[in-house]
Structures are given as C-alpha cells and as structure tokens.
Design a protein. Structure first.
Length: 549
C-alpha cells in the first residue's frame, strides 16, 4: 500500500514562533493509512541499512536492528500469524521488555490489520489475567519470563489459543523461531483506513478496573506534532531517542518508539528490572542519547545524583517529561544542573500528547504544562461544557474530532459516552488557563482534598514537599476526619542520608506551612521506603488511602 503523506516528514515544518506554527498547521490526509508502512516498509525500501533500534546489553554493548531486518522479521511474523488463524480485528498481546522483538511484533500486527495489545512486563498475575480475559486476546508474543507468568492464567482466558516465546519452547509456549520458521520474507501490508482499529492500551487503573482504550491507525500521526514540539523541533541531525518508560505504555510506545521509527531516528532499547538514576546517566552518555522522555518520578530520583553533567557528560539536546505533574523544583533542576529546559507535556491514554512546552518555540513556564499542541483544541471547561474564565479552575478537555483521540473503550459504550460533555472529551484532570494561554495542572478530580471548607489540590503541596532537602518523593492525599472532613496527609520517601523521626516530621510540616498556608500543610506525615507506582510511574493514591482509611 502507499500512504498519501510523505514518510518521515515533520508535521510542524520550519518554525519561527509558536503562534505562527499553530496558525498554519494542517493535518495530512489520513483516509488510507497504516503504521507499518510509514514506520517500516518505506524505510526498508529506501534505506534498508538505516538503524531503527539500538539494543543495549551488559557493559552498554550495542546491537543494531536495521529497517531492512525489521521488515524481514515483521513480514515472517505476519505470515505466521495469518497461518495461525489471526485475522483483521483480532487482538494479539505483546508481553515483552524493551528490545527488537517489540517493534517486530507491532509491525507484523499492523500489517495484517489485527489489534496490538501491549502488556507491561512488570504486570502481575491479576493485571495480566484481567486484560487477557477482557480483551479476548487470541495470541501472546512474549519471552520466557512472560510465558511462565501466563501458564497458570490460560484457563481464565478462554480466547487465548497460543503463546509464542522469543526465548524458545517452555511453559506451554512455542518458540518464536519455530513459529516463523520457513515463512516468506515479504508480506504485503494491508491497505487500511486511518480510522481502522490498530492498538488497544489499557488505562493505568489508579482507581477502578482498567479500561481498554481502542485506537485507530491514525493515532501515530496524532502524536507527531507533540513529539516534535516537546523535543524542540525534532527530528534534527544526530537525534537519538530513549525512554525508561515501558514500551507497553502509551508514553513509551507512542511518544518515543513509533515516532522514532516514523522519523527515522534511532531508538535506544534498554531493558532493566528497576530504574537506576546513576546508570541512566551513564547509559545516556555511552549511547550518546540526544532526546529523552523521562517521567517526573524518574527525574526526581535523578535529582539525587550529584554533579551528573560533570561526572557523565550531557549529550542530551532535549528532555521531555509527562505522565504526572513535573513541578517547579524539577523544572528548575533541569535548567540549573543539567543545563537544559525540561519540556513538559500532557495527555491521557485516551488522547495523548495534546499539551506541551517547547523551549525552541518560546513555550516554557515553570509550574505550567504548556500550551495546546498545534492541531489539537484543548480547553479548561466547567461542568456544563462552557469554557472557564482565565484563572478559573475547571476540567482539562479536548475537542473531537482529533486524530490522536481514541475510538472508544473496549466493549464499554456507556463508559465511552460518559467520557464526553458534548464534543469535549473530559480528562478528570483539574487545571486553569493563565492570561498567556498556558494551562497548569492542579490535580485529579478524585484527588482533590476537602478540608475545613477548603478545596485543596495535592500537586502544589507535593511540589513544596520535594523542595525540602530531605525529601526524594512525596504524595499527598486526604484522610477522612470527623471534624475537618479530610486532613492533608503526606507520604514521603527520604533521600539517602536522612532518617525518619519526629524532629524531621515537624521540620517538614513547618516547611510547608511557612511556604504555602495554614490550611495546606500536612497534619499527618508517613515515612515510607517505596512509593506505590503504576507501571507508567504514576502514584497509586488508592493504595495510600487504603493505608489510612
């Protein structure tokens, strides 16, 4: 098939300033579109030896997957999937860490018109069982670790017919090499429509059961303006992408991996068990990573590393962050310690990368996410769907139609309908617009704290808490209280060298009271060893609430 758009071409084009870029922006024709064509086939035809993915092994040894090899392996897998009975619309799960098998799997699935279902390698049994059963996935592409996890779950997933493991036979899985053995090395990518379903990513489930957000082939193109903006007009010569975020998450897959493949920018794949801030600095230096997306929690951990630029060098050209509020201290740390601004961006699994900052376009303000990315209409609205006034708190929302917006929740039409107020897709995130058009995040609807008649957002308090020299990570919730309705309760992970105690507790409490207000300081403080996080790095406040309810 042939796409109507020029493969690899940036959508923002040459830029002088943000307003002019936004004014002239137009989406390309997406009537006929397939992700595998623009991310694999076109480059394999034109530049088969061009690096697509650079795998990082022990000692930072590199192994390169070229576009030619990517297409060959994807085409063999596509034939094998069809032979196994997988058809357009069937769900094929991908349970793999960062590495070459992930893009091979995605390209093969898109080529045949099936629906890719990324599953995080760190998911436990309950999370996997729920997603497999709810999605009706027919086949899983995984490794030995994944196969072992899946073996006892298959009885609860009646639609699951086959498990294929990159590490060979075992635990009921067939070896990937045997699965694709003797398959032809060329497969004709289907002529799909831009609105055809291609990808389903489950919401992170900070509250309630996760829902499968079904996306169309066009979702990749919907991400590109935000990627270009948050990485200061990427792609630029020498750019090289990396993120520690799991490629099963929208942030890892759609902010880094697929855009990198589309732009022809090499993507670094580095599989690890636990995020290590010092090792991350060392790897970026060794691999000369030029463009990184690191969620705020990871950046806060990296703030604990002393003199990173002097010790490791600083190859980065751009540093983007999103997934939760960045906060002023981390923003300023990037500028002062790393010597480059952190471009914050915002979106949800259902409609990602719609707000962004960009130093190159003059869009950067501490404490604010940024401005609506060209091509997306984003506003702060009231409960009736009308736009909030400047400075008025309301709900961040995105107007449909929008190519990055989901098709709907899998088998949940009522939940899909409830996501909208008229043509506004609601996010559940509270924010406000300032006089210059910047949108700031103040908290989730369900995170708001009601105390003594005040409505308190946790973000400002968390922002203040991590300014304290002893605090590495902070989370704030409301604890039920018979007098005040709720009291502000903080959970803190301390930096190395600091010990919990009454004196530190009082010091932290006074620190916040003096900097914010008497009604916002934490009346209760808990010191914890580890913050409960989703696989995307977001704080699971539900677990913290359960500890004090």
């Amino acid at each position: 098939m042939k796409s109507e758009m020029s493969v690899g071409r940036p959508l923002l084009g040459p830029a002088a300033d943000f307003d002019s870029v936004r004014a002239r922006f137009r989406w390309p024709d997406l009537v006929r579109f397939n992700i595998a064509h623009v991310c694999c086939d076109a480059y394999a035809d034109a530049e088969p030896n061009r690096p697509a993915v650079i795998e990082v092994g022990a000692g930072f040894v590199q192994s390169v997957l070229t576009y030619g090899a990517l297409r060959k392996e994807a085409d063999k897998l596509a034939h094998a999937l069809v032979k196994a009975g997988i058809r357009a619309g069937d769900r094929v799960a991908i349970l793999l860490p960062q590495g070459r098998h992930v893009p091979i799997a995605h390209m093969a699935i898109y080529k045949i018109g099936a629906i890719a279902l990324p599953l995080a390698a760190l998911f436990g049994a309950d999370a996997l069982a729920y997603r497999l059963a709810d999605s009706g996935a027919r086949l899983v592409l995984t490794d030995a670790t994944g196969a072992a996890k899946l073996a006892p779950l298959r009885a609860g997933a009646p639609a699951l017919e086959q498990v294929v493991s990159a590490d060979g036979d075992g635990d009921g899985a067939i070896a990937w090499a045997r699965f694709v053995e003797d398959m032809p090395t060329r497969f004709a990518t289907i002529d799909s429509a831009g609105d055809d379903p291609a990808l389903m990513i489950y919401t992170s489930g900070t509250t309630g059961q996760p829902k499968g957000a079904l996306h169309a082939q066009r979702v990749l193109i919907g991400h590109l303006p935000g990627v270009e903006m948050s990485h200061d007009l990427a792609p630029q010569p020498g750019d090289r992408f990396w993120t520690p975020a799991d490629w099963a998450w929208a942030g890892g897959l759609l902010n880094i991996l697929l855009p990198g493949l589309y732009f022809g920018v090499p993507v670094v794949a580095w599989a690890f068990q636990k995020f290590d801030p010092e090792a991350s600095f060392a790897m970026m230096s060794a691999l000369q990573v030029r463009n990184a997306f690191i969620p705020p929690t990871g950046l806060r951990l990296m703030r604990t590393v002393e003199n990173p630029a002097k010790r490791f060098g600083m190859p980065l050209r751009t540093l983007g962050s999103g997934g939760e509020a960045l906060g002023t201290p981390t923003f300023e740390w990037g500028r002062e310690v790393l010597g480059l601004p952190i471009n914050e961006f915002y979106g949800q699994t259902e409609c990602n990368l719609v707000l962004a900052s960009s130093h190159a376009l003059g869009v950067a303000r501490a404490g604010m996410i940024g401005k609506p990315v060209p091509g997306h209409e984003v506003a702060v609205i009231r409960e009736d769907g009308s736009r909030a006034a400047i400075g008025e708190r309301g709900q961040i929302a995105i107007r449909r139609p929008d190519p990055v917006m989901f098709l709907g929740y899998w088998n949940k039409p009522e939940a899909t309908a409830e996501k909208f107020i008229g043509d506004w897709m609601t996010t559940g995130d509270q924010g406000a617009v300032d006089e210059d058009g910047y949108i700031g995040f103040t908290g989730r609807d369900d995170d708001l704290i009601t105390s003594s008649g005040y409505r308190i957002g946790p973000v400002e308090i968390e922002d203040c808490l991590i300014k304290h020299p002893a605090v590495a990570l902070a989370a704030v919730i409301g604890k039920p209280d018979p007098v005040r309705t709720e009291i502000v309760t903080a959970f803190l992970v301390l930096k190395p060298g600091f010990a919990p105690g009454k004196a530190l507790e009082d010091e932290v409490r006074l620190f916040v009271r003096e900097r914010l207000s008497a009604h916002e300081y934490p009346r209760e403080i808990h010191f914890i060893d580890e913050m409960p996080l989703t696989t995307t790095g977001k704080i699971i406040r539900r677990i913290l609430r359960d500890q004090v309810s």
